[in-house]
Design a protein around this ligand. Structure first.
Ligand code: HPA
Length: 272
């Protein structure tokens, strides 16, 4: 399996001119791509996903499809502006190709972000939820298929995926929620009955990404932190019709707070 990544790895090494091993990879979900304009981020090199051999390319608005080598203060980072989703028609293994590539690049810390619908009735639009755990059983497991022992074991444990210490430290400084994220396939949003089901199952937020990436990262030994921006109330049974535009707008309206929390998380991960 390793051979599948060689061309992409060579491409990144030749085009990003990494002078230091990236310490953290940050994956930016819907509407969050602008963080790279933060005054604290210094972009060193940029490639489009479409240039990277075998790299999946996002077709979704709000996912700009650039892989960036940058510094946040002293910390070298890879920033992925956007991701691909299972609902775009990619296989689940293709969806997690970037995670394994990051792992082979030597990245040890993964900071995942997304926009999510609130299942927990105490959550409000604009809240930030640190992911403490997830429910993956509505999407195919990305580790299905032959196991490459170079990445990890055949049957990896999935407790303690998300770094609790970082979550606690973020919550000491920022008023964030904590909760369980459930990944569904999408692309249709949930029905009220499905949201009641997710509530019964113990989910606090729902989305169409992140979990398969976290599983793959945990399999190859990465330290994972996940942040969801609550973009809508998933259990909304009013006449309001949720749309991708509403999701993007909610993220846009809360962008500065999200950027602050992401930057704080980067600081914490960098010193730990
Ligand atoms: N459901 C699924 N995915 C989402 C939602 C939602 O309500 N909001 C943002 N992504």
């Amino acid at each position: 399996m390793y051979n599948e990544y060689i061309k992409a790895l060579d491409f990144l090494e030749n085009n990003l001119h990494l002078n230091n091993k990236p310490k953290i990879a940050l994956i930016l979900g819907s509407g969050l791509s602008d963080i790279i304009n933060s005054k604290n981020i210094e972009v060193k090199a940029k490639v489009s996903y479409s240039e990277i051999p075998d790299f999946p390319v996002s077709t979704v608005e709000g996912h700009s499809g650039k892989l960036i080598y940058a510094y946040y203060k002293q910390t070298p980072l890879i920033i992925m502006q956007g991701r691909v989703h299972f609902y775009e028609g990619y296989s689940i293994q293709e969806v997690v190709f970037p995670i394994r590539l990051l792992c082979l690049l030597g990245v040890e810390n993964l900071l995942l972000t997304n926009a999510a619908g609130a299942v927990n009735k105490d959550f409000r639009v604009g809240d930030i939820m640190a992911i403490t755990d997830h429910i993956s059983c509505f999407v195919p497991n990305p580790l299905i298929g032959g196991n490459d022992d170079n990445f990890g074991v055949r049957f990896p444990a999935m407790n303690n995926i998300y770094n609790n210490m970082i979550i606690e430290k973020i919550s000491q400084k920022y008023d964030i929620k904590k909760g369980v994220y459930c990944q569904l396939t999408g692309p249709s949003y949930e029905t009220p009955a499905e949201i009641r089901m997710l509530h019964t199952l113990g989910a606090d937020a729902v989305g169409m990404s992140t979990v398969v990436e976290a599983i793959t990262a945990k399999h190859c030994g990465m330290n994972v932190v996940g942040l969801s921006v609550i973009s809508n109330i998933a259990c909304d049974t009013s006449d309001n019709q949720i749309s991708h535009t509403e999701v993007q707008q909610a993220v846009e309206n809360n962008k500065q707070k999200v950027i602050d929390v992401i930057e704080y998380a980067i600081n914490l991960i960098a010193i730990n």
